[in-house]
Design a protein around this ligand. Structure first.
Ligand code: ZN
Length: 479
């Protein structure tokens, strides 16, 4: 009889359970109410450091919810922090909102670019990222306001995740120094959580300045900047064979001359150097630089190096990852309705391999794995314990940075994934506010994983944020 009473007592929902439930419900309501904001950010598709309208829209949502908003933080016009409450713990939630070039796409399951000015698309789902994170923070703020939990919730609006790495500059500015833990998430094609990491990365632009001339009439008078860029790329391709396992080198031409009958006076290439360890990336970068220096020498052009900085690999945190995974697993209720199912099946026709659509009902364990990409969340994770997770905002099998991802993000498939992310963030943040031991454990693990290593940003001294990195360079020749 006594045993039965104890069992019954344990099974009964506690006051804390009810409060957590209230925070989760509020996150769902705020997330759905802000779906139009996410759609606007999807439509604007503003590139890194140019997210003016997106930043203003989200700052307004935060201000209306009673948050104290600090704009233009870390010298970045589109970055802001929004805070509610006071004292400890300080729980941070990250948001992003930048789009990618040349991936504009309608919300339809076949390739159809949108008729837009900038040609960009939300191919990494950042329009969902910012809104889910902010609405989760709002749900938590209501619990603080009602006196159910104590502390500070702080939302970070982080621009230019795609190559501009605002979080590195925000970390250098000390914006995370008083945080106890930080949460984030990312749209994906499946739900996953775990103590995953990512690749460290250095980004650089090589600009070559040559001499223009008639390409047929007087080629001997010209010195081709494009030749220098092509030679750099070839040298980097040859270098690839002699790099440590796990190295990733890639590049694109952002400017390469405008007319075939003119020897290009100016050319610019965008290069990434990646590896699982930042210390290896730092050793690889000078070798890539030599490729560009050698190419300039060979082509008698001048090299201009625009070093955009580096991002660290994520320092995982199992304490936080397990917490997020538990909440995501408990809350996952993703299911397609008939229309979404039709969209998903049609979209999958564009994939060579098809994943099961039933995957959305599962939560995959990403523990011990690397995402294969890089993120400036890495830098944050070296100064404060961080965890993130993914929710299925794209049809299973959809690669990130694809038109298919843009398409899904503009439909209710994206909306449902965003809602699940907002609820999971609210639930996980609530646990951290309610149980100080969790924060203590996460911090102890962080210290252990750091193993005495000190974080130093992979930036040049006093390097300013590269606010114009999405604008291709131009010839600076004055003649
Ligand atoms: Zn992303």
């Amino acid at each position: 009889m006594r045993t039965l009473a104890i069992v019954l007592l344990l099974a009964l929902p506690t006051v804390a359970d009810a409060q957590k439930e209230a925070a989760i419900k509020a996150a769902a309501i705020h997330s759905d109410a802000n779906w139009p904001t996410a759609l606007k950010i999807w439509e604007w598709a503003e590139p890194g450091y140019q997210e003016k309208k997106s930043s203003a829209a989200l700052a307004e949502v935060a201000e209306k919810a009673g948050f104290t908003v600090k704009k233009s933080v870390a010298g970045i016009p589109t970055a802001f922090t929004a805070e509610f409450g006071s004292g400890k713990p300080v729980i941070g939630i990250l948001g992003e909102f930048d789009a990618l070039p040349e991936l504009s796409q309608e919300a339809v399951p076949f390739r159809k670019p949108r008729d837009t000015d900038n040609g960009n698309g939300q191919a990494c789902g950042h329009h969902l990222f910012g809104v889910a994170s902010l609405t989760a923070a709002i749900a938590i703020s209501e619990q603080i306001k009602a006196g159910k939990i104590k502390g500070t919730v702080r939302f970070y609006m982080c621009p230019a995740e795609e190559g501009g790495a605002a979080k590195v500059f925000m970390t250098r500015a000390g914006l995370f120094d008083d945080c106890d833990t930080v949460l984030h998430w990312h749209p994906g094609s499946r739900n996953s959580a775990g103590d995953a990491t990512c690749l460290a990365r250095i980004a650089v632009k090589f600009r070559f300045h040559g001499t223009a001339a008639h390409a047929a009439g007087s080629p001997e008078k010209g010195r081709s900047a494009l030749d220098a860029l092509l030679l750099t790329m070839h040298a980097v391709e040859l270098l690839r064979e002699h790099t440590p396992d796990g190295t990733r080198l890639h590049h694109s031409i952002t400017s390469g001359g405008g007319a075939a009958n003119v020897v290009p006076e100016f050319a610019e290439g965008f290069f990434y150097v990646r590896h699982p360890k930042a210390e290896t990336v730092q050793k690889l970068y000078p070798r890539v630089l030599k490729c560009a220096q050698g190419a300039a020498l060979a082509t008698e052009t001048r090299l201009e190096v625009v070093y955009l900085g580096g991002t660290m690999e994520i320092l995982p945190n199992n304490t936080l990852a397990e917490l997020a995974k538990k909440n995501l697993t408990a809350l996952n209720d993703l299911k397609y309705d008939a229309e979404e199912m039709k969209f998903a099946v049609r979209l999958q026709e564009s994939f060579s391999e098809k994943s099961s659509l039933e995957d959305i009902a599962k939560v995959f364990d990403s523990g011990g794995k690397s995402s294969g990409g890089s993120t400036d969340v890495g830098d944050v994770s070296w100064v404060v314990p961080v965890t993130g997770f993914s929710t299925s905002c794209w049809v299973p099998g959809t690669p990130g940075h694809s038109w298919q991802a843009v398409a899904c993000g503009g439909t209710t498939i994206g909306k449902k994934g965003m809602n699940l992310a907002a609820r999971t963030l609210a639930a996980t943040a609530w646990d951290l506010f309610a149980d100080p031991q969790l924060v203590k454990d996460a911090k102890a693990e962080h210290t252990k994983r750091l193993a005495g290593k000190k974080y130093t940003a992979m930036l040049e001294k006093d390097q300013p944020p590269p606010l114009d990195y999405r604008t291709p360079g131009k010839s600076t020749r004055k003649e």
